[in-house]
Every structure is written in C-alpha cells, then in structure tokens.
Ligand binder design. Structure first.
Ligand SMILES: CC(C)(COP(=O)(O)OP(=O)(O)OC[C@H]1O[C@@H](n2cnc3c(N)ncnc32)[C@H](O)[C@@H]1OP(=O)(O)O)[C@@H](O)C(=O)NCCC(=O)NCCS
Length: 146
C-alpha cells in the first residue's frame, strides 16, 4: 500500500491520463481520500506502477469495487506489469468480500482494452462523455465469484 512519500511518483505518472482530464489534480485528491486505497507495484525495489481501488459512487453495502486508476511507467509497459496489477486488484477486492471489480476505459485506449479483456473483464456498456475531457469510456466488470 502507498505511503505519503509515494505521492510524487503517483502524481508524475498520473500525467499518463492527461488526455482524459485534469487527473494531475484528481489523482492526488483520490490519494488522500479515505475511501480510496493506492497500491504501488515495485520491481527490484523500484516503483514501476500504481493502481487505486475505491468506490466511484459510494453506495452502502455495494458488492462492486472500482479499479479507479492504473498506470505503469512508460519504459516498463508491455511486459506484463499491468496484468499483474489487475490480478492483484482482483485478489484484494475478493479478500474484502466484493463480488465485482469495475473499470472504466477510454474507448480508444488499446493497451488498456487489451489488458482488461485478457483479465476476463466483460464489457457492460459505453458511456458517452464519461471523462472530464469529453471522451467516451467503456465500462468493464469482472465477476470475482468464479
Ligand atoms: C494500460 C497499462 C496500465 C497496461 O500496462 P502494461 O504493463 O503495459 O500491460 P501488460 O504488459 O500486462 O499488457 C496488457 C496488454 O496490453 C497490450 N499492450 C501493451 N502495450 C500496448 C500498446 N502500446 N498497444 C496495444 N496493446 C498494447 C499487451 O500486448 C497486452 O495484451 P496481449 O498480451 O493480450 O496482447 C499501461 O499501458 C499504461 O500505464 N497506460 C497509461 C495509463 C492508462 O491508460 N491506464 C488505463 C486507464 S483505464
């Protein structure tokens, strides 16, 4: 789990989301939100990625947890780290008793679409103007009960 001194790493990497909106401001806000947990992925003691788990729209007794953000440093992409983080996110969500893990993915974000499809997420719907920048997203859900 992330600690306060991971915030600068997370903030710099959150530039990966800039075409979706002002995530350089949103991600640090989520980092400090008590209902959102940030996890750092390290390789040989070096931070190489992060993901955030929380409730996108807090609903009491929800069985659905949101994978709110996931990113890998550009020079380490395409080597399975994203896949490892999604599997870790599923394990954490399952261990907390959630039945579903949801993710929203930009409709043209090919690496992320490949990542979630391969991790057995099912496409539920397309949401127009989902992101603050106006881009559309696909909503994906993984059933954690199988
Ligand atoms: C999405 C992201 C986290 C994937 O991380 P990663 O470590 O590269 O993922 P993996 O190595 O596990 O690869 C997952 C799949 O994406 C594919 N992929 C990786 N880079 C790709 C690229 N540039 N174009 C198309 N597919 C790509 C891989 O081939 C793999 O699919 P496959 O094995 O079924 O062919 C990473 O690209 C990233 O940080 N992107 C910027 C932030 C972002 O868009 N996050 C997602 C928000 S929902």
């Amino acid at each position: 789990m992330a600690e306060e001194d991971d915030l600068s790493f997370v903030s710099v990497l959150s530039r990966s989301f800039e075409r979706f909106g002002p995530y350089e401001e949103i991600i640090p806000r989520w980092f400090h939100d008590q209902f959102i947990k940030t996890y750092i992925f390290e390789e040989n003691g070096q931070r190489v990625g992060f993901f955030m788990l929380g409730l996108m729209w807090p609903v009491w007794f929800s069985r659905m947890l949101d994978l709110m953000a996931i990113a890998v440093v550009p020079e380490k992409r395409g080597r399975g780290i994203g896949t490892s983080m999604v599997e870790a996110a599923k394990r954490i969500a399952r261990s907390k008793g959630y039945h579903f893990l949801r993710a929203h993915v930009g409709c043209d974000n090919q690496p992320a679409l490949a990542l979630f499809r391969r991790a057995s997420f099912r496409l539920k719907k397309r949401i127009e103007r989902y992101y603050p920048s106006g881009l559309a997203a696909y909503e994906f859900v993984a059933d954690l009960r199988n």
